[in-house]
Ligand binder design. Structure first.
Ligand SMILES: NC(=O)c1ccc[n+]([C@@H]2O[C@H](COP(=O)([O-])OP(=O)(O)OC[C@H]3O[C@@H](n4cnc5c(N)ncnc54)[C@H](O)[C@@H]3O)[C@@H](O)[C@H]2O)c1
Length: 484
């Protein structure tokens, strides 16, 4: 690893194994100096010749950083000023450290721009597409720029022999690669993906203003492709960058960017809504969030982020309700917090709709306390699901190893008796018998005992799993996850 832009210990940017420059450009005598103090740049052991389409924030930074790592990079953009900037080693966008990298790339003969797509494709064997994908007025994403570049690359590939890897970095909704981009590329190039045409999707996680630093220290590298060779070659571009690497499907690689960005957006708005309530209560919101963020067990952690069923129990619904009520009293608007409970109810409705769609009447629910190992039934969403299904006329049997009705006391007992008055008549004491009589088996919570039902199931039964009890279910019954 080498690092950039210091004053003390100096090293050359160009790694020893760099391929020849694109043109017979005179090698630059003066190599920029770097120090080991700040920004770690890997020296790529398998440098490639890369064309980068779109020289905005993502494209310019990707181009400059790949060239700094030892790759040879040609930039292309519809904007002639940006292309000229690139030739001059001047950043087309404002981004700390970008100019130094671009100057270094230019002087090393590893970073330039071309006007002509055919020429760029002939001169490179990897293309990165980083063009803009703006919103349309209706909120949908406009991927026309990517389609356009795909077409250009495809047509250029007709005049080139030899393999080519085409990678999209622009943000696009899941399905764009498979349904739109690959067909365009295959149609225009006359090649089939997988032969000498490799295709991958590679979302970018940089943040503007720290983009160069983020490029060399990303939170993760995600490689999306159906083709192992495409994924391997793409991963090799990042050789030496220390980040967890995930090789996933096209669709998952496209989706992760949306999950990331909407999560970041949600975090901002959550913090703001909590802050707005705090201010109305004269609580220092920054002090408060410092304490909140110090909790890396439950708050800033993977906990509570697994897709599945609705939340419940004696605290989350009650406290969400109380806080949004308080906000209303304080005249503080909390559109996110106020929509948490409706969203949660929606997940119960989702389960109801799935059961209705199965078209069977005899339903078993395994686990109806809100989580295994407790008999607290208050605001259990599984109890609400049972109540909704009973209301729709399904024949239900329910079983939960943690719940003994005769042992329930106080509010807990009152709650279940009020919500499902005849719970006694549908409650079973044998797991085997509960499963045997049902067409649909709902896994309501993750009691370890429920794993044992796999061999008991038959082909004409359906299992609706609300908790992902099995990652790889091995059962004769049809298996359906609530959201996987
Ligand atoms: N900016 C970010 O922080 C960021 C981070 C991650 C991902 N992204 C995604 O990356 C993509 C690019 O974002 P950006 O911020 O760099 O956009 P940008 O608008 O800064 O740059 C896009 C560039 O593409 C060029 N372009 C458009 N059509 C072209 C074509 N047919 N051929 C060649 N060049 C063309 C434009 O002239 C422009 O220079 C978007 O999909 C964006 O959502 C952006």
């Amino acid at each position: 690893m080498v690092s950039l832009l210091g004053d003390s210990e100096s090293i050359a940017l160009a790694p020893d194994n760099a391929p020849e420059p694109f043109t017979a450009a005179t090698p630059t005598p003066a190599t920029p100096t770097l120090s080991r103090t700040e920004l770690l740049i890997p020296t790529n052991t398998k440098p490639r010749k890369i064309s980068v389409f779109g020289l905005g924030y993502v494209g310019a930074v990707s181009a400059a950083c790949f060239s700094a790592a030892g790759h040879h990079v040609i930039g292309l953009d519809v904007n002639a000023t940006k292309r000229q900037c690139f030739r001059d080693g001047e950043p087309p966008v404002v981004e700390p450290r970008l100019r130094d990298l671009m100057q270094a790339g230019k002087q090393a003969g590893r970073l330039t721009a071309l006007d002509d797509v055919d020429e760029a494709i002939r001169a490179t064997d990897v293309s990165l597409i980083c063009v803009g994908t703006p919103s349309r007025d209706n909120g949908s994403i406009n991927i026309d720029n990517v389609s356009h570049v795909m077409g250009e690359i495809g047509r250029a590939l007709r005049h080139k022999t030899g393999p080519h890897l085409v990678v999209v970095r622009s943000t696009m909704i899941p399905g764009s690669m498979r349904k739109v981009m690959i067909p365009i590329l295959e149609q225009e190039s006359g090649r089939r993906c997988g032969d000498d045409l490799l295709v991958a999707y590679n979302p970018e996680f940089l943040r503007e203003s720290t983009a160069v630093a983020d490029f060399f220290a990303p939170p993760k590298t995600v490689v999306g492709s159906d083709d192992a060779e495409a994924a391997r070659q793409l991963a090799d571009l990042y050789d030496g960058i220390d980040a967890p690497l995930f090789a996933v499907s096209f669709e998952a690689s496209e989706m992760i960017k949306y999950a990331d960005n909407t999560w970041h957006a949600l975090k901002v708005c959550f913090g703001n809504e909590i802050g707005n309530i705090c201010q109305a209560l004269e609580i220092d919101s920054h002090e408060l969030m410092k304490v909140f963020c110090a909790d890396t067990k439950l708050n800033i952690s993977p906990y509570y982020l697994k897709p599945g069923f609705a939340f419940g129990g004696s605290c989350l619904p009650k406290d969400t309700r109380a806080l949004t009520y308080l906000a209303r009293q304080l005249d503080v608007e909390t559109p996110i917090l106020s929509n948490v409970l409706p969203s949660n109810r929606g997940q119960i409705e989702r389960a109801v709709a799935k059961v209705v769609n199965f078209g069977h009447r005899d339903v078993a629910v395994l686990g109806f306390s809100f989580k295994p190992g407790t008999d607290d039934l208050r605001e259990s969403p599984q109890v609400e699901l049972i109540e909704r299904l009973l209301g729709k006329g399904f024949n239900l049997k329910v079983y939960d190893p943690s719940v003994n009705l005769s042992a329930l006391t106080g509010m807990n007992r009152q709650y279940i008796e009020k919500t499902i008055p005849h719970i006694h008549s549908i409650m079973m004491t044998s797991l085997r018998k509960t499963v045997a009589g049902a067409d649909v088996i709902i896994i309501g919570n993750a009691s370890p005992e429920f794993r044992g039902i796999e061999p008991l199931l038959s082909e004409d039964q359906v299992v609706l799993d609300l908790v992902r009890l099995w990652d790889t279910p091995r059962m004769k019954a049809r298996y359906v996850g609530i959201n996987w």
